[in-house]
Design a protein around this ligand. Structure first.
Ligand code: 13P
Length: 301
Protein backbone atom coordinates (compact mmCIF):
# COMPACT_ATOMS: atom_id res chain seq x y z
CA UNK A 1 0.00 0.00 0.00
CA UNK A 2 1.05 3.55 -0.65
CA UNK A 3 0.29 5.89 2.27
CA UNK A 4 -0.63 8.87 0.05
CA UNK A 5 -3.18 6.79 -1.91
CA UNK A 6 -4.66 5.22 1.24
CA UNK A 7 -5.32 8.56 2.92
CA UNK A 8 -6.71 10.09 -0.29
CA UNK A 9 -9.08 7.15 -0.69
CA UNK A 10 -10.11 7.39 2.96
CA UNK A 11 -11.08 11.03 2.51
CA UNK A 12 -12.92 10.34 -0.77
CA UNK A 13 -14.84 7.42 0.77
CA UNK A 14 -15.58 9.34 3.98
CA UNK A 15 -13.79 6.87 6.19
CA UNK A 16 -10.74 7.27 8.42
CA UNK A 17 -7.33 5.74 9.05
CA UNK A 18 -6.41 5.43 12.72
CA UNK A 19 -2.75 5.77 13.67
CA UNK A 20 -1.82 4.06 16.94
CA UNK A 21 1.11 5.36 19.00
CA UNK A 22 3.78 3.11 20.50
CA UNK A 23 5.26 4.38 23.78
CA UNK A 24 6.27 0.81 24.81
CA UNK A 25 7.71 -1.68 22.30
CA UNK A 26 5.57 -4.70 23.38
CA UNK A 27 2.48 -2.74 22.25
CA UNK A 28 3.37 -3.19 18.55
CA UNK A 29 2.28 -6.83 18.33
CA UNK A 30 -1.24 -6.52 19.83
CA UNK A 31 -1.93 -3.31 17.88
CA UNK A 32 -1.11 -5.05 14.58
CA UNK A 33 -3.15 -8.12 15.53
CA UNK A 34 -6.15 -5.97 16.38
CA UNK A 35 -5.92 -4.04 13.09
CA UNK A 36 -5.81 -7.29 11.08
CA UNK A 37 -8.63 -8.89 13.10
CA UNK A 38 -10.83 -5.83 12.46
CA UNK A 39 -10.05 -6.03 8.71
CA UNK A 40 -9.17 -2.35 8.40
CA UNK A 41 -6.18 -0.30 7.31
CA UNK A 42 -4.32 1.51 10.07
CA UNK A 43 -0.94 2.93 10.97
CA UNK A 44 1.53 2.06 13.67
CA UNK A 45 3.34 5.23 14.67
CA UNK A 46 5.86 6.61 17.12
CA UNK A 47 6.55 10.21 18.10
CA UNK A 48 9.94 11.52 19.24
CA UNK A 49 8.57 12.16 22.74
CA UNK A 50 7.75 8.44 23.04
CA UNK A 51 11.39 7.42 22.81
CA UNK A 52 12.52 10.45 24.84
CA UNK A 53 9.94 10.24 27.67
CA UNK A 54 8.55 6.70 27.47
CA UNK A 55 10.14 3.37 26.57
CA UNK A 56 9.98 2.95 22.81
CA UNK A 57 13.79 3.45 22.71
CA UNK A 58 14.19 4.81 19.16
CA UNK A 59 12.42 5.02 15.82
CA UNK A 60 14.65 2.18 14.62
CA UNK A 61 13.59 -0.04 17.56
CA UNK A 62 9.92 0.55 16.72
CA UNK A 63 10.58 -0.22 13.03
CA UNK A 64 12.38 -3.44 13.97
CA UNK A 65 9.46 -4.57 16.14
CA UNK A 66 6.98 -3.49 13.44
CA UNK A 67 8.69 -5.51 10.71
CA UNK A 68 8.52 -8.65 12.90
CA UNK A 69 4.73 -8.58 12.98
CA UNK A 70 3.42 -6.30 10.19
CA UNK A 71 1.07 -7.26 7.40
CA UNK A 72 1.49 -5.01 4.33
CA UNK A 73 -2.16 -5.52 3.33
CA UNK A 74 -3.38 -3.96 6.60
CA UNK A 75 -0.68 -1.84 8.21
CA UNK A 76 1.51 1.17 7.47
CA UNK A 77 4.45 2.57 9.47
CA UNK A 78 4.34 6.31 10.26
CA UNK A 79 6.68 8.65 12.12
CA UNK A 80 4.55 10.94 14.32
CA UNK A 81 5.58 14.39 15.71
CA UNK A 82 9.14 15.41 15.04
CA UNK A 83 8.89 18.91 16.48
CA UNK A 84 11.14 21.79 15.45
CA UNK A 85 10.58 23.11 18.98
CA UNK A 86 9.52 20.43 21.43
CA UNK A 87 7.03 20.43 24.33
CA UNK A 88 9.81 21.60 26.68
CA UNK A 89 10.56 24.45 24.23
CA UNK A 90 13.91 22.92 23.23
CA UNK A 91 15.03 23.26 19.60
CA UNK A 92 15.26 19.95 17.74
CA UNK A 93 17.33 19.18 14.64
CA UNK A 94 14.50 17.73 12.54
CA UNK A 95 16.22 16.71 9.30
CA UNK A 96 18.59 14.02 10.71
CA UNK A 97 15.61 12.34 12.44
CA UNK A 98 13.60 12.36 9.20
CA UNK A 99 16.62 10.90 7.34
CA UNK A 100 16.82 8.07 9.89
CA UNK A 101 13.12 7.33 9.41
CA UNK A 102 13.54 7.18 5.63
CA UNK A 103 16.41 4.71 6.08
CA UNK A 104 14.41 2.62 8.56
CA UNK A 105 11.46 2.04 6.18
CA UNK A 106 8.82 4.50 7.42
CA UNK A 107 6.14 5.10 4.75
CA UNK A 108 5.15 8.55 6.01
CA UNK A 109 6.61 11.13 8.40
CA UNK A 110 5.32 14.11 10.34
CA UNK A 111 7.22 17.35 10.63
CA UNK A 112 5.77 19.50 13.40
CA UNK A 113 6.63 23.15 12.88
CA UNK A 114 3.56 24.32 14.80
CA UNK A 115 5.64 26.26 17.35
CA UNK A 116 7.44 28.16 14.54
CA UNK A 117 6.25 31.24 12.69
CA UNK A 118 4.08 30.53 9.63
CA UNK A 119 6.99 31.39 7.34
CA UNK A 120 9.47 29.11 9.14
CA UNK A 121 6.91 26.30 9.39
CA UNK A 122 6.38 26.51 5.61
CA UNK A 123 10.09 26.48 4.81
CA UNK A 124 10.88 23.56 7.16
CA UNK A 125 7.93 21.59 5.75
CA UNK A 126 9.16 22.32 2.20
CA UNK A 127 12.56 20.90 3.09
CA UNK A 128 11.10 17.75 4.69
CA UNK A 129 8.66 17.30 1.79
CA UNK A 130 11.39 17.50 -0.88
CA UNK A 131 13.55 15.01 1.01
CA UNK A 132 10.75 12.55 1.79
CA UNK A 133 9.05 12.72 -1.60
CA UNK A 134 12.36 11.90 -3.28
CA UNK A 135 12.06 8.53 -1.47
CA UNK A 136 8.32 8.12 -2.16
CA UNK A 137 7.43 8.86 1.48
CA UNK A 138 4.36 10.94 2.45
CA UNK A 139 4.52 14.02 4.68
CA UNK A 140 2.16 15.26 7.38
CA UNK A 141 2.61 18.78 8.80
CA UNK A 142 0.85 20.75 11.54
CA UNK A 143 -0.58 24.24 11.59
CA UNK A 144 -2.23 25.71 14.67
CA UNK A 145 -1.65 24.42 18.19
CA UNK A 146 -3.05 21.11 19.43
CA UNK A 147 -2.26 21.63 23.12
CA UNK A 148 -1.71 19.02 25.85
CA UNK A 149 1.86 17.71 25.60
CA UNK A 150 3.20 20.67 27.59
CA UNK A 151 4.29 20.33 31.26
CA UNK A 152 0.98 21.74 32.55
CA UNK A 153 -1.23 19.84 30.06
CA UNK A 154 -3.48 22.33 28.24
CA UNK A 155 -2.86 25.00 30.89
CA UNK A 156 -6.54 26.00 31.24
CA UNK A 157 -9.91 24.29 31.46
CA UNK A 158 -11.06 22.48 28.32
CA UNK A 159 -14.22 24.61 28.30
CA UNK A 160 -12.16 27.79 28.17
CA UNK A 161 -9.96 26.43 25.38
CA UNK A 162 -12.97 25.49 23.26
CA UNK A 163 -14.86 28.71 23.97
CA UNK A 164 -11.88 30.93 23.07
CA UNK A 165 -10.86 28.70 20.11
CA UNK A 166 -7.29 29.06 21.41
CA UNK A 167 -4.69 27.85 18.91
CA UNK A 168 -7.26 26.90 16.25
CA UNK A 169 -5.84 26.67 12.72
CA UNK A 170 -6.67 29.81 10.75
CA UNK A 171 -8.27 29.12 7.33
CA UNK A 172 -6.34 31.86 5.54
CA UNK A 173 -3.03 30.49 6.88
CA UNK A 174 -4.08 26.94 5.99
CA UNK A 175 -4.72 28.08 2.41
CA UNK A 176 -1.21 29.51 2.09
CA UNK A 177 0.33 26.51 3.88
CA UNK A 178 -1.38 23.99 1.59
CA UNK A 179 -0.24 25.88 -1.52
CA UNK A 180 3.38 26.41 -0.48
CA UNK A 181 4.57 23.78 2.00
CA UNK A 182 4.52 20.68 -0.23
CA UNK A 183 2.98 18.46 2.48
CA UNK A 184 0.39 15.76 1.74
CA UNK A 185 -1.74 15.92 4.90
CA UNK A 186 -2.36 18.66 7.42
CA UNK A 187 -2.85 18.24 11.17
CA UNK A 188 -5.29 20.92 12.30
CA UNK A 189 -6.37 22.38 15.64
CA UNK A 190 -10.17 22.28 15.76
CA UNK A 191 -11.02 21.36 19.36
CA UNK A 192 -9.11 18.18 20.14
CA UNK A 193 -6.27 18.13 22.70
CA UNK A 194 -3.39 15.74 23.27
CA UNK A 195 -3.43 13.44 26.30
CA UNK A 196 -1.03 14.63 29.01
CA UNK A 197 2.41 13.06 29.00
CA UNK A 198 4.10 14.84 31.92
CA UNK A 199 5.05 12.62 34.87
CA UNK A 200 2.35 12.70 37.54
CA UNK A 201 -0.50 13.66 35.18
CA UNK A 202 -0.04 11.15 32.34
CA UNK A 203 -2.39 8.62 33.97
CA UNK A 204 -5.28 11.09 34.28
CA UNK A 205 -8.50 10.67 32.31
CA UNK A 206 -8.74 13.16 29.46
CA UNK A 207 -11.59 15.69 29.43
CA UNK A 208 -14.15 14.87 26.75
CA UNK A 209 -13.29 17.05 23.76
CA UNK A 210 -15.61 18.45 21.10
CA UNK A 211 -14.81 19.53 17.55
CA UNK A 212 -15.81 22.61 15.58
CA UNK A 213 -17.22 20.84 12.54
CA UNK A 214 -17.91 24.05 10.60
CA UNK A 215 -14.31 25.04 11.13
CA UNK A 216 -13.14 21.67 9.76
CA UNK A 217 -15.27 22.19 6.65
CA UNK A 218 -13.76 25.67 6.19
CA UNK A 219 -10.25 24.24 6.45
CA UNK A 220 -11.05 21.54 3.91
CA UNK A 221 -12.19 24.21 1.45
CA UNK A 222 -9.28 26.52 2.24
CA UNK A 223 -6.76 23.74 1.58
CA UNK A 224 -8.48 22.63 -1.60
CA UNK A 225 -9.47 19.28 -0.05
CA UNK A 226 -6.13 18.37 1.45
CA UNK A 227 -6.67 15.33 3.74
CA UNK A 228 -6.85 16.64 7.32
CA UNK A 229 -5.48 14.90 10.42
CA UNK A 230 -6.94 14.92 13.90
CA UNK A 231 -4.48 14.63 16.77
CA UNK A 232 -5.58 13.94 20.32
CA UNK A 233 -7.98 11.23 19.18
CA UNK A 234 -8.56 9.76 22.64
CA UNK A 235 -11.68 10.89 24.42
CA UNK A 236 -13.32 12.99 21.71
CA UNK A 237 -17.07 12.81 21.93
CA UNK A 238 -18.01 10.15 19.37
CA UNK A 239 -20.69 12.02 17.38
CA UNK A 240 -18.13 14.76 16.64
CA UNK A 241 -15.63 12.25 15.26
CA UNK A 242 -18.20 10.68 12.97
CA UNK A 243 -19.17 14.17 11.69
CA UNK A 244 -15.53 15.13 11.25
CA UNK A 245 -14.99 12.12 8.98
CA UNK A 246 -17.84 13.37 6.76
CA UNK A 247 -16.09 16.74 6.56
CA UNK A 248 -12.52 15.98 5.52
CA UNK A 249 -10.70 14.35 8.45
CA UNK A 250 -8.96 11.26 7.02
CA UNK A 251 -6.47 10.23 9.74
CA UNK A 252 -6.81 10.20 13.53
CA UNK A 253 -4.05 9.69 16.09
CA UNK A 254 -4.73 7.53 19.12
CA UNK A 255 -2.20 7.30 21.96
CA UNK A 256 -3.65 7.68 25.47
CA UNK A 257 -6.51 5.24 24.90
CA UNK A 258 -4.12 2.32 24.38
CA UNK A 259 -1.20 3.55 26.53
CA UNK A 260 -3.09 3.85 29.82
CA UNK A 261 -4.46 0.24 29.85
CA UNK A 262 -0.92 -1.03 29.13
CA UNK A 263 0.54 1.02 31.97
CA UNK A 264 -2.26 0.09 34.38
CA UNK A 265 -1.84 -3.64 33.68
CA UNK A 266 1.94 -3.45 34.02
CA UNK A 267 1.59 -1.56 37.30
CA UNK A 268 -0.89 -4.04 38.72
CA UNK A 269 0.44 -7.37 37.40
CA UNK A 270 3.89 -6.66 35.91
CA UNK A 271 3.02 -9.11 33.14
CA UNK A 272 3.72 -8.07 29.55
CA UNK A 273 1.36 -10.66 28.03
CA UNK A 274 -1.52 -9.46 30.21
CA UNK A 275 -0.74 -5.85 29.33
CA UNK A 276 -0.61 -6.77 25.64
CA UNK A 277 -4.06 -8.35 25.93
CA UNK A 278 -5.43 -5.04 27.28
CA UNK A 279 -3.88 -3.17 24.33
CA UNK A 280 -5.34 -5.68 21.87
CA UNK A 281 -8.85 -5.34 23.32
CA UNK A 282 -8.71 -1.53 23.47
CA UNK A 283 -7.38 -1.23 19.90
CA UNK A 284 -10.26 -3.41 18.68
CA UNK A 285 -12.68 -1.24 20.66
CA UNK A 286 -11.29 1.95 19.07
CA UNK A 287 -11.70 0.51 15.57
CA UNK A 288 -15.00 -1.27 16.04
CA UNK A 289 -16.98 0.72 18.61
CA UNK A 290 -15.47 4.19 18.57
CA UNK A 291 -14.60 4.81 14.91
CA UNK A 292 -16.95 2.17 13.45
CA UNK A 293 -14.62 1.28 10.59
CA UNK A 294 -14.42 -2.51 10.85
CA UNK A 295 -13.97 -3.99 7.37
CA UNK A 296 -13.08 -0.71 5.64
CA UNK A 297 -9.98 -2.28 4.07
CA UNK A 298 -12.06 -3.12 0.99
CA UNK A 299 -12.62 0.65 0.46
CA UNK A 300 -9.09 1.92 0.95
CA UNK A 301 -6.55 -0.93 1.02
P1 13P B 1 -4.18 11.09 22.38
O1 13P B 1 -3.15 10.81 23.40
O2 13P B 1 -5.20 12.03 22.81
O3 13P B 1 -4.78 9.84 21.83
O4 13P B 1 -3.42 11.83 21.15
C1 13P B 1 -2.55 11.12 20.33
C2 13P B 1 -1.84 11.98 19.36
O5 13P B 1 -2.36 12.93 18.84
C3 13P B 1 -0.45 11.61 19.02
O6 13P B 1 0.10 12.42 18.04
Amino acid sequence: MNAIDVIKKAQANKTIVPAFNIPYLPMVKPVIEAICDEDCVAMVQVARLEWEKFESKSLEAVAEEYFKYYDPDFTLLHLDHVPAIDEDLQTVDVIPIIERALDAGYQSVMVDGSRLSLKDNISLTQEVSALSHSKGVAVEAELGAVAGHEKDGIGMSYEELFRTRKGFTKPEEAKQFAKQSGCDWLSVAVGSIHGSIAEGIRDQKKPEARLDIEHIAKLKDATNNMPLVLHGGTGISQSYILDAVQNGIAKINIATDIRQPYEAAMKEYGDIELAREQVYLKTRWVIHDFLKITGNRNLIG
